[in-house]
Design a protein around this ligand. Structure first.
Ligand SMILES: Nc1ncnc2c1ncn2[C@@H]1O[C@H](COP(=O)(O)OP(=O)(O)O)[C@@H](O)[C@H]1O
Ligand SMILES: [Mg+2]
Length: 310
């Protein structure tokens, strides 16, 4: 028997707040996440993503507001909730003194699972994470991708209903990242609710049903990724790299330009057609430009700005 039921709403945060040094880092956050959703949270460093997730699992006290996880009020029912939640933390915290198998075993014992149940689960999870060959290896012998796959396997040892992943693919090469994506898609198919933070826009775009852009502890936008792009931003972007001011002045004559931005030595023109500007470029000798459909990164930059954080 599972310790908590399977409510249709997995996360319900109302005016959820966290204050550090008199600054609200999670600021009256309102959020509802339905069961079975694969929800991505994007935001610059310091936006409050990790703090929010830490409150979800009762690792960080709530300063104000109300939070229900799997229908249970937090933090009062934190230990009950944690029995049904899997966590892949932002920083790896595998035990370096133990082997792959031992890491899974020790973690499983925290949930009070018996040795015989654990033996079967560990076998299944080693299969799932393609780590059978490394079962008896020490953590130091694993690549970054293997460590993340092991952390994911470990998060599944208690058969969670909700899986929380804080930047699970940061620092991984494309192959290792895609291997994780494949696993996450399999979990989604099995009906798990997933919440993932990431700095990789294409990760959110490919995996998530819903993307939340967060900044300064608030939700800036919340919609399926395609909808975010179509609703928040113009359809196309023209990026021009030139020191020729008269060329730029000519491009700016395009009446279909909805928005213009200069960042460093690149001029960004946002619009739905930009035909006039493209004709000007084609007729000039200038070829250092890129015309492309707008993407989630454009939305992200529009909502959170171009300034560097932390
Ligand atoms: N334990 C803490 N004590 C003080 N400030 C903290 C603590 N944890 C996080 N912060 C601050 O809260 C803000 C949000 O941090 P975090 O939730 O880690 O953001 P993100 O995960 O979006 O990068 C940052 O400014 C960070 O410095
Ligand atoms: Mg973080």
């Amino acid at each position: 028997m599972s310790p908590v039921n399977s409510p249709s709403v997995v996360v319900e945060a109302t005016n959820l707040s966290k204050i550090y040094n008199q600054t609200p880092v999670v600021n009256k956050l309102n959020l509802t996440i339905e069961s079975g959703c694969f929800c991505g949270i994007l935001g610059p460093n310091g936006a409050g993503k990790t703090t929010t997730l830490r409150m979800f699992i009762g690792h960080c006290p709530i300063d104000d507001g109300k939070l229900l996880i799997l229908g249970q009020s937090m933090p009062d029912n934190a230990s009950l909730v944690r029995e049904s939640v899997g966590v892949v933390p932002q920083m790896d915290n595998l035990d370096p003194d133990f082997t792959v198998k031992e890491n899974l075993y020790v973690y499983g014992r925290f949930f009070g699972l018996s040795t015989s149940v654990l033996k079967q689960r560990i076998d299944d999870l080693l299969d799932f994470s393609s780590l059978h060959d490394k079962a008896d290896s020490k953590i130091s012998e694993l690549s970054g991708g293997m460590r993340r796959r092991l952390t994911l396997a470990r998060a599944l040892i208690n058969k969670p209903k909700l899986l929380i992943l804080d930047e699970p693919t940061t620092g991984l090469d494309p192959q290792a990242r895609q291997a994780i994506w494949q696993k996450l898609r399999e979990l989604k198919k099995q009906g798990l609710t997933l919440i993932l933070t990431t700095h990789y826009m294409e990760e959110a775009e490919r995996l998530c049903d819903r993307v939340i852009v967060m900044d300064h502890g608030k939700v800036m936008a919340d919609a399926p990724p395609k909808q975010l792009i179509s609703e928040q931003i113009e359809s196309h972007v023209l990026e021009v790299h030139t020191a020729d001011d008269s060329l730029l002045e000519q491009l700016k004559q395009d009446a279909s330009i909805a928005r213009f931005e200069k960042s460093g030595d690149i001029d960004f023109f946002y619009g739905n057609k930009l035909k006039y500007a493209l004709d000007v470029l084609e007729q000039s000798t200038h070829d250092d430009y890129l015309f492309r459909p707008a993407n989630l990164e454009d939305v992200f930059i529009k909502l959170t700005g171009r300034d560097l954080r932390e």
